[in-house]
Design a protein around this ligand. Structure first.
Ligand code: WQD
Length: 339
């Protein structure tokens, strides 16, 4: 199939493009390089052994999006592009609604105009907010508590309403829990720009000695060791789910949402212990105040993806961290500076 992938040089997008190319799909990537670098294209092609097309575009430009979809005429759209940090979204909500919602509306409108009737959307467990029912299933209420989570929930509503109005449309919203890790080749992974927001990239930089210690955002949560619990899932497992999802959207019509997680929750301190095992580095940390927007416990029930996509995620935390650590060590300081 000819697949248009937005956010194609980003963390999840780049790993998904590798899986798509390895399955023989024709991939046209689009990115604005606001949080990634074009050289990721070469890495993707090196790992997959296949060429891809890469286009630069800011998806907030409606006319540019329409021209892109009209010229590419893809069979399917996989939409990753967007900002993804809970804390940042609280301090800069307009950026999140522009990049995550306006851009998505532009894409949905262009897909309808040009008859692109298969859409896979990169959604997030943050649409559930402070999960009161655990494990989190797709039947949990949608109650986002951050602008980031609301931007994902709004986009799901846009796509769900479009699917109700356009009978031929198939939309699959994949709600990721906490993606970590990197491709086992050791040359593709997440390269945070500036100080990492997410836990594992920060832990990896402490392990490398780039940062003196990790700040643990609170140990007074209602959890066994007081630190927040999350469902960490390997980025390659997430990527594989997207490639499989293309078959699903070819067969089914309408809007569907599916959780992508392992079903296993781990605390911040458990992640630190596993990272110490994997890296054999001390990884010092300090307990500090809570971070606004954090939920105490979030972990998935992913039965729907297991049933409909025949998809399972390996919950082996040490393996995920080992893959992440291999990539982290491949990052020379100039490569990180180039990011
Ligand atoms: C995890 C835990 C922090 C950094 C992420 C993505 C979001 C979504 C869900 C896909 C929390 C703690 C973190 C640090 C810390 N995924 N922490 N010190 O907030 O669950 O959200 O997964 O859509 O896009 O951002 O992940 O890695 O930021 O935090 O103590 O320096 O680690 O408090 O409990 P989060 P995170």
């Amino acid at each position: 199939m000819r697949v248009l992938v937005t956010g194609a040089t980003g963390y999840i997008g780049s790993h998904t493009v590798v899986e798509l190319l390895e399955r023989g799909h024709d991939v046209i990537g689009v990115d604005d390089f606001s949080a990634s670098v074009p050289s990721v294209q070469g890495t993707i092609e090196q790992i997959s052994g296949q060429p891809m097309t890469l286009v630069q575009l800011d998806l907030r430009h409606r006319d540019g999006v329409d021209a892109l979809i009209g010229s590419v005429q893809p069979d399917a759209l996989i939409h990753f592009a967007g900002r993804k940090f809970v804390g940042e979204s609280v301090s800069d909500p307009i950026q999140y609604y522009g990049r995550n919602v306006t851009a998505s509306i532009n894409l949905a409108e262009a897909c309808q105009r040009h008859g692109v009737d298969q859409i896979i959307f990169s959604s997030s467990c943050t649409v559930y907010g402070e999960a009161t029912i655990l494990p989190v299933s797709e039947a949990n209420p949608i109650m986002p508590v951050s602008p980031y989570g609301r931007s994902k929930a709004m986009t799901e509503s846009v796509l769900s309403d479009l699917a109700a109005a356009w009978d031929d449309l198939s939309v699959l919203a994949l709600r990721y829990f906490n993606p970590i890790g990197a491709h086992p080749a050791g040359i593709l992974g997440e390269v945070p720009i500036g100080e990492p927001n997410n836990l594992l990239p920060y832990v990896m930089q402490v392990a490398r000695g780039e940062r003196p210690e990790l700040s643990v955002f609170g140990d007074d949560y209602p959890t066994p060791d007081g630190t927040c619990i999350r469902d960490y899932v390997h980025v390659v497992d997430i990527a594989k789910a997207h490639a499989i999802a293309l078959d699903y959207t070819t067969r089914y019509r309408g809007f569907e949402a599916m959780n992508l997680g392992t079903g296993v929750g781990r605390s911040v301190l458990e992640v630190i212990r596993a990272a110490r095992d994997v890296t054999a580095r001390p990884i010092p940390y300090r307990i500090v105040e809570r971070r606004p927007g954090d939920a105490a416990r979030v972990y998935a029930q992913a039965k729907r993806a297991s049933y409909h996509l025949d998809w399972e995620a390996d919950p082996d935390l040490h393996r995920m961290i080992a893959d992440h650590w291999r990539f982290e060590r491949s990052l020379s300081s100039e490569r990180r500076l180039a990011s």
